[in-house]
Design a protein around this ligand. Structure first.
Ligand code: THU
Length: 134
């Protein structure tokens, strides 16, 4: 799983649209059905509208009809293995369990491994709203 995911993330990195930061990121998710969806970061002249590679991969997955993330990979040309931002952790947590592995890598071949739960403990989820009364 790890090798295939990282390979897909690496290829996606080449699609990055990052004219403002010059920082290309690639990501990939694998689903419970074994499908892999990749994503790159997509920047905007209005900087705050930028979409990270991880979220692009998740949105790609949802658009294709899949909803369960079983593993994640992210890669960039960094000194140390790149780490998903907080917004992407929350979006990944919507579709993946805390046990799902996250492979964080750089082009030098370094890989840092963690789970979604380790990256985002006490994630906010739909269940948090169950006890809410209107
Ligand atoms: N970026 C990602 O795509 N994923 C991350 O986890 C961190 C940041 C992108 C957003 C922006 O295009 C560039 O990296 C610099 O922040």
């Amino acid at each position: 799983m790890e090798e295939r995911l990282l390979e897909n993330a690496r290829t996606a990195m080449e699609r990055a649209y990052a004219p403002y930061s010059g920082f290309a990121v690639g990501a990939a998710v694998i689903t419970d059905t074994g499908n892999i969806y990749a994503g790159c970061n997509i920047e905007n002249a209005s900087y705050g509208l930028t979409n990270c590679a991880e979220r692009t991969a998740v949105f790609h997955m949802v658009m294709a009809g899949d909803h369960t993330v079983r593993g994640v990979a992210v890669i960039a040309d960094t000194l140390e293995a790149v780490s998903p931002c907080g917004a992407c952790r929350q979006v990944l947590a919507e579709f993946g369990s805390g046990a799902a592995p996250v492979f964080m890598a750089n082009l030098r071949g370094e890989i840092r491994r963690a789970t979604l739960g380790e990256l985002l403990p006490y994630a906010f989820s739909g269940e948090d709203m169950d006890a809410h009364e209107e």
